[in-house]
Design a protein around this ligand. Sequence first.
Ligand code: AMP
Length: 292
Amino acid sequence: MRTVRTVSELRAALNAPRRAQQTIALVPTMGALHDGHRALMRHAATLCDVVVVSLFVNPTQFAPGEDLDAYPRHEPRDAEIAAETGVDLLFAPATAEVYPDGFATTVTVAGELTDVLEGVSRGAEHFAAVTTVVLKLLNIVDPEIAVFGQKDAQQAAVVRRMVRDLDVAVRVEVCPTVRDGDGLALSSRNAYMSESERERALALKRALEAAEREVAGGERDAGHVAACARGEMSRLGVEPEYVELVDPQTMRPLSTLNGEALLALAARVGRTRLIDNTLLRTASSKTDSTPS
Ligand code: AMP
């Protein structure tokens, strides 16, 4: 595996495989790689000949006061993990390589997809920063396939919409959330938590399970299902930031469950902000409604 730091180096490294008609997959990450990222890389390797992983803690997607400075950075370890996982190229640019002097362009997916959930909690600028950097990475790498995680379900939906709206020639693949043995969704931010906080953080998964049980028992009222999840979190000492049932493609709030619903939640455990979600399917759901 090679680590490259500039756009021109990366393009040069991809010239030969492209000429040899090899297919290319991109896995965008902010590093501090864990088994969730590994699953994305492995999936990418099953679909394409060449796997590129980007490692860039994108400063513009952090609001003032968020954890940009504290965000874990372990590039040597990340390089080992990526190499072991069959990655061919690690693209680890400096901030000035991504945002040269005079950088002035932003790509925004406007409206209902971005003005709910994380768009409210982290501000409208968050997703504009994500779509801008993802489009840049797609333009730099020009992959056939880009792989994202269901852990950030709203982000994946926003990226899909950008790709569709702007006719970007890439297929977006979304991999299931990878969890620790006890159910906590893996996240680079889990490293911030003390042992006792980590235990309390299980409230998020418990809340999702409580909602899943309600739906399995026949409950179809979205308000009731969300209240049940919220109640479970409070009971376990975690105050939710939001708990919402939305349409998984449009992020439109749902009042009744009829088909597929995304239950998305966010909460702070100590100073650590966590998000998680689950897809709830009711009987009338079509068997495979995953959008392409
Ligand atoms: P990040 O480095 O946190 O920006 O994440 C990079 C990619 O990995 C995103 O597409 C995330 O959705 C995905 N990801 C993060 N955590 C997980 C997880 N636990 N399971 C699956 N994918 C994940």
